[in-house]
Write a new protein. Structure first.
Lengths: 284, 293
């Protein structure tokens, strides 16, 4: 009896220790975001205080409207949205099409070609950048959205092909066979049987594609020059060039770029989780 | 029947094949060719043989950028992965409300790198930043994080710890995939916590660790945005990373031959490292299939 009770006591203590440790680290990781939000609501003079004040006094909501008036963030938002929509559509269509072939159809050289797909995941993109830039320049596509969209209509990224294939492998083959007996073509099976069953993976890849396009900095930096074509990421950098000492406005603008991602995360959390699990990255 | 299947197979992967030729294989060969020319965009290109590579290997700034990048890769990536592993183990604990901690540790890794960089310039501000406020609070002197050539690279590595969440969730998925029966069997055999970690958890997690290591090293070799936005390669070139130097050569000075030579050198370095890691992986990465062999 005595030992049972002391064992229970140890377990309570241990759980307490873990909660404390986990909370301390959660707090440390949360601090930068709290700091971001807090600064974004301060007056200019209150940002220059040491030790800093965590709760702004007064709370200056107008920092946000001021930041949005200073730079055309609504235009950048609209530009980013257009790139996201067209790039993601191309990704979903062509990556799933290729993945369907790799997962379901038998054709010569299938395995070596799929290995080639996998190996391009590990290719540093920098080695193709300069000639690609020159091709787009020759085509007159610099300062348009085309360099950010068109490549994704050609396979949609090796990693996405891999993710789609992983998911398609879990769909029973009998479904294809039943449809084939009914005389359905491969295209018909892909469109009418496989894709309707693949809504979770479509959503997952759409979410990740959105995040990628929203966050991407390097390619828009190279391809988009005039401010009316900027994305959010480039616009935020431009904003910093103009307001480099007005930390409250800069934090407001940064919050405006981060917030949509957090909202997306909280509404689409299960797609994040399934995407990570599905990728089967444990190597098994 | 089989013929139509093969035909459809190729038709379906046709967009990818075209993409591979147009956006991967073709440009790779083209950049190899350009690296043997002198070309400033406005003038016609001139074949110069290996001259760009000779110039590159005699360029102190090239070596400096390679050193800076190596520092970031070989100090930053292992530390980052180690912290991600600790975090994954912690949020794999069987506690009520653990999902909250998973979310809390993951969310910072979602922040876009541009917003992230601007936020951390403010955090590292020598007079009014959060980092120095914290140091003063515990009674230490503040640092000139991004203004001191000795501290700028470590500061960027510290900043990268904030986004361990991305690797953490992949490792967590790996931990979740370890069969519970193995732990039960080990407990019956009298293995303690440490023994179970060392003999079961770690070996079965090595494939996930290996994958993370490969991808993280390739990514870290191409670190760019933080240096471009936060330090502009300074102070005193201490954060002049490889890709930043390449970017300036290509898109500010329009030395396309030189930049292409840089791109190929980086490609070779990354390729050699990846091959080396795959070769060494036999010694430490454990696949379940190995048991059956």
């Amino acid at each position: 009896m005595q030992t049972l009770r002391s064992r229970a006591a140890i377990e309570v203590l241990l759980a307490g220790f873990w909660y404390l440790t986990l909370s301390v680290f959660a707090l440390i990781l949360a601090l930068p975001l709290v700091w971001l939000l807090s600064t974004s609501l301060k007056t200019g003079s209150q940002t220059f205080l040491m030790p800093p004040k965590w709760i702004p006094e007064p709370i200056v909501w107008s920092n946000y409207s001021e930041a949005f008036q200073a730079v055309a963030f609504h235009e950048y938002f609209w530009n980013t949205a257009r790139i996201v929509i067209f790039a993601t559509t191309g990704t979903l269509l062509t990556a799933s099409l290729a993945a369907y072939a790799f997962a379901r159809l038998r054709f010569p050289l299938r395995e070596p070609l799929f290995l080639l797909v996998l190996s391009t995941i590990m290719l540093p993109s920098i080695v193709t950048l300069i000639p690609t830039f020159i091709v787009f320049r020759t085509l007159g596509w610099i300062d348009t959205f085309l360099p950010l969209i068109v490549p994704l209509w050609f396979g949609g990224g090796a990693f996405n092909i891999f993710l789609f294939r992983q998911f398609f492998m879990t769909i029973p083959l009998e479904l294809d066979e039943a449809a084939r007996i009914d005389g359905a073509s491969n295209l018909r099976i892909y469109w009418g049987v496989i894709l309707p069953l693949s809504k979770p993976v479509l959503a997952t890849i759409a979410v990740f594609a959105f995040i990628h396009n929203w966050n991407d900095f390097f390619e828009p930096l190279i391809y988009l020059q005039s401010p009316e074509n900027w994305t959010m990421a480039i616009g935020l950098r431009g904003f910093r060039g103009l307001y480099s000492t007005e930390w409250n406005l800069m934090m407001a603008a940064s919050t405006a770029m981060i917030a949509p991602l957090l909202v997306l995360f909280f509404f689409a959390q299960r797609y994040f989780v399934s995407g990570i699990q599905m990728s089967g990255l444990t190597g098994r | 029947m089989l013929w139509t299947e093969a035909r459809d197979g190729y038709l379906f992967i046709l967009p990818w094949i075209l993409g591979f030729i147009i956006f991967t294989a073709g440009p790779m060969l083209a950049s190899l060719y350009i690296s043997f020319t002198r070309w400033e965009m406005v003038t016609p290109s001139v074949w110069v043989g290996p001259a760009q590579y000779v110039k590159l290997f005699n360029d102190d700034r090239f070596w400096l950028s390679l050193y800076n990048t190596s520092y970031y890769v070989f100090i930053g990536v292992p530390l980052h992965l180690f912290m991600a592993l600790l975090a994954a183990l912690a949020v794999n604990l069987n506690l009520r409300g653990i999902r909250f901690f998973r979310t809390a540790y993951y969310v910072p890794s979602l922040t876009p790198v541009v917003a992230n960089s601007i936020l951390w310039v403010w955090i590292f501000h020598p007079n009014w930043g959060l980092a120095n406020a914290f140091l003063q609070w515990i009674g230490l002197e503040g640092f000139y994080w991004l203004q001191d050539p000795r501290l700028a690279k470590p500061a960027l590595i510290v900043m990268s710890f904030w986004s361990i969440g991305g690797q953490m969730v992949i490792l967590l998925a790996g931990l979740k995939g370890i069969p519970v029966e193995l732990y039960e069997a080990a407990s019956i055999d009298g293995a303690n916590w440490w023994g179970r970690f060392w003999r079961i958890t770690l070996p079965l997690l090595t494939p996930a660790l290996f994958f993370n290591l490969i991808i993280a090293i390739i990514g870290a070799f191409q670190v760019f945005t933080q240096a471009y936005i936060m330090t502009e390669g300074g102070p005193n070139y201490s954060t002049l990373f490889y890709l930043l130097y390449l970017f300036r050569a290509a898109f500010e000075n329009f030395r396309m031959g030189y930049a292409s030579a840089m791109a190929w050198v980086l490609f070779i370095i990354v390729l050699l490292f990846t091959i080396l890691q795959f070769a060494l992986s036999d010694r430490w990465v454990f696949y379940e299939g190995d048991l059956r062999r």
